[in-house]
Structure formats: structure tokens, C-alpha cells
Design a protein around this ligand. Sequence first.
Ligand code: GDP
Length: 604
Amino acid sequence: MAEYRNPLEHMNVVITGHVDHGKSTVIGRLMADTGSLPDGKLEQVKASCARNSKPFEYAFLLDALKDEQSQGITIDSARVFFKTPKRHYIIIDAPGHIEFLKNMVTGAARAEAAFLCIDADEGVQENSRRHGYLLSMLGIKQMCVLVNKMDLVNYDRKVYNSVVRKYTRFLKSIDMHGVEFIPVSGMEGDNIAALSDRMPWWTGHTVLTLIDTFRKEEAPDALPFRMPVQDVYKFTAMGDSRRIVAGTVSTGTLKDGDEVVFYPSGKKSRVASIEQFSGDPPDTVTSGRATGFTLSEQIYTKRGDLVARAGDPPPQTGNVMRVNLFWLGREPFVKDREYILKTGTERVRMQLFDTLKVIDASNLNSDGMKKMVERHDVADCVLSTKRSIAFDLVEDFPQTSRFVIVDGFEIAGGGIIREVIRDNQAAYRDRVMDRNLKWDTGIIPRESRTESYGHSPGLVLVGGPEDRRKAAFAKEIEKALFQEGHKVYYLGVQNVVAGLDADMTVKRHQVYPEDREEMIRRLAELANILLDAGIILVATVSELNFDEQETFRMSVAPQMVRTVWVGRTEGSDVDADYTIENIEDAPEHLDVVVKILKKKGIAV
Ligand code: GDP
């Protein structure tokens, strides 16, 4: 894109407003009056209007530009380029809330400032409020309201003042201050690129002079480093075990040799080299750049992880979070239904855990008792994700605090993360992170072990109600894998209870409930050591529950743990990869279980 080669700074500005309040007309006019249109465009559109005997509208200019942009590709929002002596601007006209949210969250077009159009004649509408709320929620602090169509109200100062008063009251109620207003007519070009003599009472800014007063946000390069992992590529050359970790830097910079930490696991490594697909690889990458780097010590990382630099403030991790969200789905957002949460490159199943406050964004009436979030509501609520993820809080780094919620195949809402709620896994998660940060590896990389053993390590949890036949089945799994030449080890829970846990209160080979959490933690730590040694561990845990399953996943890595449930399922909240309800039938399921484990990444 030629625009970026110019050393002038650039800024993304979004324009929103109730439909028909004049966004496209204002942009068209601004482009035309500043000579920013491609050569001949204005004449071409005017001629086409004349041919079709339809009156010329400035809004058509934008349509014509959009058509050009969308040839062959679908675009979420039109962007027009425009420059002043001070900066290059990209004006983003998002056709609706969803496109706007999506752009803000995926980073396709992050706006630093916004224009909002309000029709002077129609006055403040529901969407004028909703858009204002959305902008403030997404952290866009700089905003200018264009009170448009002043020609329709005879350029009356009183009408303008009344819109300003009414909308300012609304902005105040959402804690948005310092918003500018300008009376304009997109159609007639008043106060767009030049002050209008039809409104001598207005001596403030024009749209053109105001846009240059928007301040640039702090350069994201100066912020701590964050990069959501987009993908991990393997070198295909023979014998080369390196992987390239690829993604787009959201903030900060990264250099060769930097120590990096991958969240939520907290596993660390060092940047061995920054790679480039063509040209000379740079030794530093900066925000906004798509990049890839190799690591000096291979660790397991996957799409969705968030990379930070060791020593920088770390991101948050957790699976319960307090958020502000805006709901746009046709179906309301309810508890007991599963959705997908997307933040950065992460995608995780989630549920609405609780609603603290639900607000109708058009009038700000709040309902503390409402337990579902309906279309166009804004909510202060708590979400829980199926597993722990990494993110930032809006007050720290807005970019990596934004998310969208997908219902079925559609984006149905979005918002910002405000707080991590300490769940019952939080303390352990911190310990695991600390352990990973301090982990001292030998000289043999994990990959070499995998290569030498012919398979990757993994943990197979065999859970279910207490029953000896469960252990017998787990031993059969061990045997089947062993016979195929795998390094596999069966570990019955009582082996640990009598040894590692000998300090605990034990009754009939079982630890007391108050010690159970610690027993699971130790077992999970032991599993981590054995997996690090490259082994496939098959362990039985009677009455395994979801929280405990989380402990194991957290201790090793979620994708290295598979669960087989043997026995009745009532009362169990375990997320099993395979279930055998009738324990007598277990032996018949052995082949299928082994096949499924392999399909799901164990012993491959
Ligand atoms: P958008 O949906 O917000 O992009 O609105 P448009 O720019 O397409 O404008 C909607 C309608 O309002 C069009 O028919 C425009 O001609 C008309 N319009 C836009 N700005 C003005 C204005 O300043 N004065 C008058 N009288 N009409 C306007």
C-alpha cells in the first residue's frame, strides 16, 4: 500500500451514526472538497447520474469507491484514504455494528478516533446512543459529533444547541468527556473543508481542521511486547526440527535473542532468529507486522497462545472473567448455552456465567435482575471459558483485551475484558506458571526425544466411579501401546498414595477429601515430569471431576491430556474424549479407545 511508504504518520478514524444521518455524504464531500478523489471520479459519477436522470449525491462517490475496493473480495468496511499536510487518514465506514466490532477486535482496522453523524432535523436516535456507547466501550476516547443536515433546519443555531445539549447529557452518563461537536451540511459542504458563511455564528473547527487535532495514541512499539500466535510451522527440510512461530505483533517490539514467554502455560524460550519469507530477515520486529521467529529451545506452543517478553508485565490468564459486552445476536445471550469466544487468535468454548447488570444501550435503563442479554443490550457480566486462556485487561492494553462471541456461525457480540475472576484453579495456575518459568531443561530437546521414541508424550486419564475394573482396563491400554513399541507407563493412584502422598491422611487406599486437591496436584506434577521425559502415562483417577481434569491440563498442556471415562456418568462433569458407560463391556472397547487416542494426538 503506497500510503504507508510516506513518512507522514497515519491514523484510522471510524465514522458511525444512525442510518441515513449522512455518513457517506459527509465523507464523499470531504474527499471531493479536498481533492482526495482519484482523477476523474467526481466527473464519472456525475455523468452516470445524468445518464440515469438521477440527482447527483455525494454519497454515491463512496459507493463507487466501495465497488472498486470490493471487486473480487468481500470487504467488511469501506476505507477511504485521505491526507492533510499533517497526516494520512484512513476513514473507515463500517456498515453496521458487527463489522465495526469485528474490525476492532481482529485488528483489521483499529480506529483511534471517531466521527458520529446525527441528523439535525431528526435529532438523537437510538443508534446514535448505541454507537456512542460502543465507541466508549471499545476504548475510543476521541470523538467528534457532526450535527449534519443543518441546511434542513435553516442553519438554526438553536436546533444545533439542542442536539448538543441532549447528546452531551447522554455522553456524560457513559463517562465520555471532551467530545467535540460541529454543525455541518454534507450535502451543501458547510463546515466540511471550509467554514460556511451560512453559519456565521460558528467560528469553531471544520471537519478538516478538527481531524488534525485528534491526538495519536502512544506508539504501540513503546508498549510491552504482545503477539498472539497465529500458527506454528515446521521446517520441511530433512532433519530440521525447528519450528517457526508466526503471528502479527499487536504491541511492542521483539529482537533476536529476546527471552519470550508463552501464555497461558508460562513456558519460556529464546528467540533464535526472526524469519522473513522474502528478503533479508530483520533483527527487530515492530507492532502491526506479521512475523515469524524460531526458538532456541523447542517448546510446545499453538495457535491462540499469547507471547510476551520475559521481564515485561505478563498478560492475564484464567477461565473466568468479568467483561463489558454489547450483544447483537438475534437470539439472546443466555446461560446454559455454549458459545465461542475469540480473542486475538484464540478460540475457545465459553458460557455466560452470570449477568451483573444489563443495560439497554439506547436509553441506558439498567436492569440488575435481568438474567439474559438481549439484542442491542450492553451487559456487565461474567464469562467462563472451557479452559484457561491468555489476554490483557482493557486498562492495561485495550488491543489484547477485546473479544467477540460467536453464536453458531455468526458474530453475535463483542466487548472488552475488565477483570480476571480468581477461580478455584487460579492459585495452581500461578504455581504452574512459576514452575515453567523456573524449569531447567537438559541438553536433549523435547523434539529429539519424540524422534528417538517415535511418538510424542501424552497423558491418558482413566476416570470413573471407583471400580477395580477401571485399573484393569487402563493396564490393557498400557499393554496395547507397549506392544506397538511405545514408551508407555501405567500409574495406579494407590502407587502414589502409599508413597508420594504418605504424609496424607489415608483411609482404604484413598486420601481424605481435604487432601484430595493436593493429591491431584502432586499427581499432575508427576505426570508433567514423566511427560517431559517423553513418556505416555496412563493413570487412573477414581471420581475424577472437571476441576481436576483442568489441573492435569494446566500442569502438562491441554492438548497432551486425553480422558477415557469408564462407568456410569450420572453426576460427572468430566469432559471425556471417550465414554464406556457399561464397565463390563470395557475390554471390547479397547481397540476403539486406542484408535481414538491416536486420532486425538496420543502416541503419534
Ligand atoms: P448514511 O446512511 O449515514 O451513509 O447516509 P447518506 O450519506 O447515504 O445520506 C442519507 C440521505 O440523506 C441521502 O439522501 C443524502 O442525500 C441525505 N443527506 C445527507 N447529508 C445531507 C445534508 O447535509 N443535507 C440534506 N438536506 N440531506 C443530506
